[in-house]
Design a protein around this ligand. Structure first.
Ligand code: NAP
Length: 322
């Protein structure tokens, strides 16, 4: 038993209790309070990650039933947007689009409550949408960070969760722990608020390239009676090759190395030859060619301009500004 400074004796149980209450104060009082507006699939995942990390979290959702399961995890469900904003220092918005964000934040009774808050817009949108929202938020006396989530909800709160943030650096640095709770791979990528959404769209273009390619591969496999399990196995085997080609394309385009050289993996010529086989097969099997006809048009423009034997990267000169 120790003698406390007050002269009173503290039992080990009392000391434990004091330690626990100090930890509680540290865990909650030292951390900013956060509200999440929008608890769809992604917003719910964000709120769950914040709760797991010990943040006092308030949630609001237009359809209240979708927010209620979060109460069992410790969240406070706010009945109105204004009450959610009043409850927090940081307001994370994750609704379907920026028009929905505007409808929520610009409502007459809500906008005056934003003064002094940090608004973190994690809804997907355009660079212009982010810049415009940032200006409007600043005019309300609040700070703003825009973000793009490059992950599905199951990645949120994990080390592999990628979230790009852009805007002023100071509110990011001051709240880095909050952002890290949402994803281990959170990155502040620049001061232009539109940057996160711009890079998001670029990465999504890569993703849809692969997903629509997947749809074509499935259509061809089905038409030719190829077992989809076999297609899956071959995808696994060739994915590193394709990944290497995309990385090389980005690198060569960045360096402007369009002419074939000793490091060229494949010029346009063999690509176009193999592409003809795919087109012929699709035609023979009446598979929809809407997308591949677009590829064909790009190939043709480049070849007509004399690039048949250039590196595949030369095509990038035909996919920029129309
Ligand atoms: P979701 O499950 O469909 O949820 C949409 C959310 O937006 C719901 O909370 C919905 O409220 C709310 N909402 C829509 N219109 C509204 C309005 N006018 N006023 C108020 N609330 C409104 O979609 P999600 O998957 O969570 O996606 C949310 C955002 O995260 C999107 O911008 C999406 O692009 C982005 N994101 C999602 C993923 C993903 O894998 N899911 C990945 C990256 C980024 P109700 O419940 O009342 O309808």
């Amino acid at each position: 038993m120790r003698i406390a400074r007050s002269g009173r004796h503290h039992t080990s149980g009392q000391r434990r209790q004091r330690r626990a209450s100090r930890q509680w104060i540290w865990r909650f009082a030292m951390k900013p309070s956060i509200s999440v507006l929008g608890t769809g699939r992604m917003g719910s995942a964000l709120a769950r990650a914040l709760l797991r990390a010990g943040y006092r979290t308030t949630v609001w959702n237009r359809t209240k039933e979708k927010a209620e399961p979060l109460a069992a995890l410790g969240a406070t469900v706010a009945p109105t947007v204004r009450q959610a904003i009043d409850a927090a220092e940081i307001v994370i918005v994750n609704v379907s689009d920026y028009a929905a964000t505007a409808a929520l934040l610009r409502a007459g009774d809500v906008a005056p409550g934003l003064r002094g808050k940090l608004i973190v817009e994690l809804t997907s949108g355009t660079p212009e949408g982010a810049r415009e929202t940032s200006q409007w938020v600043a005019a309300q006396g609040a700070r703003y960070i825009d973000g793009a989530i490059l992950a599905t909800p199951d990645f949120i709160g994990t080390d592999a969760g990628t979230i790009l943030l852009s805007g002023a650096l100071a509110p990011f640095t001051a709240n880095e722990n909050v952002f890290r709770a949402l994803g281990g791979n959170v990155q502040h990528i620049g001061s232009d608020e539109g940057l996160a959404n711009a890079l998001d769209s670029a990465v999504l273009a890569l993703m849809w390239g692969a997903l629509f390619g997947g749809l074509h591969a499935i259509a061809v496999s089905k038409a030719e009676d190829i077992d989809l399990g076999e297609l899956g196995r071959q995808w696994k085997a060739t994915a590193p090759v394709i990944e290497g080609l995309v990385a090389d394309l980005i690198k060569r385009t960045g360096a402007g190395r369009f002419a074939s050289d000793a490091e060229t993996l494949s010029s346009i010529s063999p690509h176009y030859g193999a592409f003809q086989h795919l087109k012929e097969l699709m035609e023979a099997r009446s598979i929809d060619r809407t997308v591949v006809d677009g590829y064909d048009a790009i190939f043709r423009r480049a070849i007509a301009s004399g690039h048949l034997h250039d590196d595949f990267a030369a095509l990038s000169q035909f996919t920029g500004k129309a």
